[in-house]
Write a protein that binds this ligand. Structure first.
Ligand SMILES: [Fe+2]
Length: 225
């Protein structure tokens, strides 16, 4: 659950969503035949979405979470900045390979660029999995030391109430598909008290699209209770 002992883990659900997205995309990419136009286009579109969502997540943490704690730990700040530089390098490499896959060429080239993209994405997954563990392991104790759970929850308010609803809803969809039914209920109940009615309707619409009917009934019952 989103609590570590008696404290609130602010990364819990967003990181589960991102991990689920990385696992699912990794599987999709390793099953892609890059010489097949349809499969290649689908893999490239999914990868573009992943890069965008991870970038958005990092920007949100850099803007709304990390500044609250990095003043207390210069070494951690340097480490996180170094990680970000490495993450950007992997991003640029993947974007360059995506560009190469969009230029008409022969099957041999498509196969070799596809293989390079697969291996680079594996490193990308490994890096982000490690990075998320680091955030939960090193940033949480600082947040807990200097802020109340209520203050930590409030730091995320601009994120869940952000105007860029298309990307927010995609993130919500990945998270709902990457957690247990019970967690989905608890998460949506928690969000209900922190977002506008309109935003909540958007979240419920996504839940209807991605969750099995049985889970939806349980969620509806608890949300209206
Ligand atoms: Fe994160």
């Amino acid at each position: 659950m989103e609590r570590n002992g008696n404290r609130y883990n602010t990364f819990y659900y967003s990181h589960k969503g991102l991990r689920g997205m990385l696992y699912s995309t990794g599987m999709k990419i390793q099953k892609t035949d890059f010489t097949d136009d349809k499969q290649r286009k689908e893999a490239v579109a999914l990868l573009a979405e992943v890069l965008e969502l991870i970038e958005r997540h990092s920007l949100h943490e850099d803007t709304y979470i990390f500044p609250h704690v990095t003043t207390y730990d210069g070494a951690l700040l340097a480490e996180l900045e170094e990680d970000h530089a490495h993450g950007h390098k992997l991003d640029s490499k993947l974007l360059q390979l995506v560009d190469e896959l969009q230029v008409p060429t022969n099957h041999t080239t498509l196969q070799s660029v596809g293989a390079e993209l697969f291996h680079t994405f594996n490193r990308y997954i490994a890096f982000h999995l490690e990075h998320m563990e680091k955030e939960e392991e090193k940033v949480n104790p600082l947040l807990w030391k200097y802020y109340s759970d209520e203050e930590i929850t409030r730091m995320k308010s601009p994120i869940v109430n952000s105007g860029d609803s298309g990307l927010l809803l995609k993130e919500i969809a990945w998270t709902l598909q990457s957690i247990s039914s019970n967690e989905a209920i608890q998460w949506l109940i928690g969000l209900q008290s922190r977002v506008s009615l309109e935003t909540m309707e958007g979240f419920k619409k996504v839940a209807k699209e991605v969750l099995p009917a049985g889970d939806l009934n349980a969620i509806e019952t608890q949300l209206t209770a």
